[in-house]
Design a protein around this ligand. Structure first.
Ligand code: SF4
Ligand code: SF4
Length: 68
């Protein structure tokens, strides 16, 4: 299962500060939370439903998401 990329988007979870602003913006609600060893960050829960709308790129203040 892909967790860090979809057909349209790649993410760099190391840049994520867990503000969760992107989660509500994703129209397909495929962005989820994960946390290990004190670093909480986003993951793609269901990469296959991504429509490539790029709202995640526009929303994230830390450049976590980018186009493939
Ligand atoms: S908007 Fe960016 S920094 Fe905030 S939770 Fe989403 S990916 Fe992480
Ligand atoms: S491109 Fe759109 S559908 Fe895909 S993860 Fe980003 S906000 Fe969600």
């Amino acid at each position: 299962m892909r967790r860090l990329s979809t057909a349209h988007i790649v993410m760099n979870p190391h840049r994520c500060v867990a503000c969760w602003a992107c989660m509500d913006k994703c129209p397909k609600k495929l962005i989820g939370k994960v946390g290990f060893l004190g670093h909480k960050h986003v993951v793609f829960k269901d990469a296959d439903v991504c429509i490539g709308c790029k709202l995640c790129i526009k929303t994230c203040p830390n450049g976590v998401f980018s186009e493939r």
